[in-house]
Every structure is written in structure tokens, then in C-alpha cells.
Design a protein around this ligand. Structure first.
Ligand code: CUA
Length: 341
């Protein structure tokens, strides 16, 4: 008769623990509400005007009673806090072997991309039982990625990567929403997550994602194309040289900045340096690197990141200087190369 589900379906490993927390919070709230209401009612009746209840010897202090109503709620409150904080933190630290999926929010769609190159709009296919790490960023305004059945919800922010992970536990089709008002078509921004058995997922991959995408090149391959298109290799070769520092072995390394500070080259730093290099110039270099903030989309930045990551460390015994020299001699100006897009 009442088809009114109180909580969504449970389809990820977080769903159970989150629901337990939800019911515990609800249960405690209801319990204390009833206790207060009941006492209110009893006292109202007992001490109503004209009642014969004794009003002599009113109690002004009662140390044991006061301690009880301070200590018990404090312990309960702190227990709820640590319990919730534990789950909150856990959902933000993905396991090392998690499959990485890029989530790019834009007005008004979700663009999702897997490491094998499969790209989807408003759809995501994942295998059951495998941890999936979402690396999310917005192309324009604030969005929020929400899959109720997974108990997964995270703001997707322009200019900053956010991460959450999940392990789907049940094959099926689950609603995906944008849950941050992001403009006139906000309500249409959404789709479905398809959880497949490992076998079906392999089949889906082999079919090229059921022809959902035309190009199947991986993010690294696409990054390499961009690298060539924007002539990044004119200045960034396998060794530091006068026009630009080497990007080999860049990821995770400590970089000295022109202002004397030190920065660890992570995903955010690399993104910032591609789009807006001047605030964090590598020590020893001038403002010769063009800004790409108006030329690259967020998914292109992610592709370039993947390519830079794939460079690893510098090839041993490479004649870096001569390579560099040769590349410089036929260098097109990076700015003009960029405009050919
Ligand atoms: Cu995107 Cu609402």
C-alpha cells in the first residue's frame, strides 16, 4: 500500500555501515525526544494550577542527577562523532588497487572516463566487487556527484580535485544525480551507474563499451597527442634545460620554486602549472611558459597529467642536451601551436 522507501537500496560496501549510523542517530534522537516530551507531559499534569501535589521543599541542586544528564549525553555525542568521523574518513581514503575513474561535471552533464579510454556521458559501467576511486573536478560551476544506492555524495568543484571511492556489491542499475543547484537544467543532470558482474564487465569492455564511445584511445595516448599538438616537448625534454625543466620523474617529486618555497608535484600542482604556471614558477625559470587556462578543458588536463605520469624517470644515458638542442631548433612557439586547435 505504501510504496515509500525510507532509505535507498543498499548497493555498496558503505551502504550498510551508513544506514546503521543513520538508524542509530535517528533512534537516539527519537528516544530523547520521547523522554523530554513524556516528562513535560507528566509535570504539566502533576503541577497544573489547583493540583494538590506538594510544592514544599523544592530541590535546587542534585549533583548526581546533574552529572547524569551531563555525562551520558556527552559520551553519546562523542561516540556518534567518532563513529561518523571514522566512516567519513574511510570513504575518502581509497585503497591502492582501486580502479580510477575521472568524473567531470559540466553544465549539464556528467562526463566519466575510465583508464582504458572508455568515455561515457551520464553513464558509468563498473564491475561488482572492485573498489572504484572517483577523481572529480568541475569544468564550470559547483556540482555534486550523488549515487544514493552507494551512499556516495561529494561536491564537484571548479579548480580542485575531490575524491571518493566505493565498492559496488550488487549488479544492477543505480540512479546518479547532480545534487547541487547548478543552473536551469540542474534537474536533468544525471544518469545511471551500471554495476556488472566481472564477466559482463569484460564483455562490455570487449565490445568497446557497447559503442558508447567512438575513440578508444587511453588517457595516456590522448595526453601524448595533446603534448605534441601544444609542442610541450619543445621546452620540456628529458633533462632540465634553459627553456624549461624536465618533466621526467616529475610526479611526487619535490620542486623548488622561484620564491624559495618547496612544492610536491602532485595532480593539483601539475594541473595548476599547466593552466596558470606563474604563481609557482620552478626555481631558475622565467615566465616563458604560456598559460593554458583558456585553451584546455579539464579532461585534457587530466590526459596531459596521465602522459606526464607515464614519462617516469629520465631515460638513462640519454643525450639530453643534444636532443634538447635539436628540438629547440625546430621549435614552434607554443602559443601559436596552441591556437591551431
Ligand atoms: Cu550540476 Cu546541479
Amino acid at each position: 500500500m505504501f510504496n515509500l522507501p525510507v532509505v535507498p537500496e543498499q548497493a555498496s560496501e558503505f551502504a550498510g555501515p551508513y544506514d546503521t549510523l543513520f538508524w542509530a542517530t535517528t533512534g537516539l534522537t527519537v528516544f530523547f525526544t520521547l523522554v523530554v516530551m513524556a516528562m513535560l507531559f507528566v509535570f504539566c499534569v502533576r503541577y497544573r494550577r489547583g493540583s494538590k501535589a506538594s510544592r514544599r521543599n523544592p530541590i535546587h541542586t542534585h549533583a548526581l542527577l546533574e552529572m547524569t544528564w551531563m555525562v551520558i549525553p556527552t559520551v553519546l555525542g562523542l561516540a556518534m562523532f567518532f563513529w561518523a568521523a571514522y566512516l567519513f574518513v574511510e570513504q575518502r581514503i581509497p585503497p591502492k588497487d582501486a580502479m580510477e575513474v575521472y568524473v567531470i561535471g559540466k553544465q549539464w552533464m556528467w562526463h566519466l572516463q575510465q583508464p582504458n579510454g572508455i568515455r561515457e556521458n551520464n553513464e558509468l559501467h563498473v564491475p561488482v566487487g572492485k573498489p572504484v576511486k572517483l577523481i572529480m573536478i568541475s569544468q564550470d560551476t559547483l556540482h555534486s556527484f550523488f549515487v544514493p544506492a552507494f551512499r556516495l555524495k561529494q561536491d564537484v568543484i571548479p579548480g580542485r580535485y575531490t575524491t571518493q571511492w566505493f565498492t559496488a556489491t550488487k549488479p544492477g542499475k543505480y540512479h546518479m544525480f547532480c545534487t547541487e543547484y547548478c543552473g536551469t537544467q540542474h534537474s536533468e543532470m544525471g544518469g545511471y551507474v551500471y554495476v556488472l558482474t566481472p564477466r559482463d564487465y569484460e564483455k562490455w569492455l570487449a565490445d568497446g563499451g557497447q559503442k558508447l564511445t567512438l575513440a578508444q584511445d587511453t588517457p595516456v595516448e590522448r595526453g601524448k597527442l595533446l603534448w605534441e599538438q601544444f609542442s610541450c616537448g619543445n621546452c620540456h625534454v628529458d633533462k632540465d634545460f634553459e627553456r624549461g625543466p624536465s618533466l621526467f620523474g616529475l610526479l611526487g617529486s619535490k620542486r623548488k620554486m622561484e620564491d624559495g618555497s618547496t612544492v610536491v608535484a602532485d595532480r593539483s600542482y601539475i594541473r595548476e602549472s599547466i593552466l596558470d604556471p606563474y604563481p609557482k614558477l620552478t626555481a631558475g625559470y622565467d615566465m616563458t611558459m604560456p598559460e593554458y587556462k583558456t585553451q584546455l578543458t579539464e579532461d585534457q588536463v587530466l590526459h596531459l597529467y596521465e602522459y606526464i605520469k607515464s614519462l617516469g624517470s629520465a631515460p638513462s644515458g640519454a643525450a639530453a642536451a643534444s636532443t634538447g638542442g635539436r628540438r629547440v631548433s625546430m621549435a614552434a612557439k607554443p602559443e601559436s601551436a596552441g591556437k591551431n586547435l
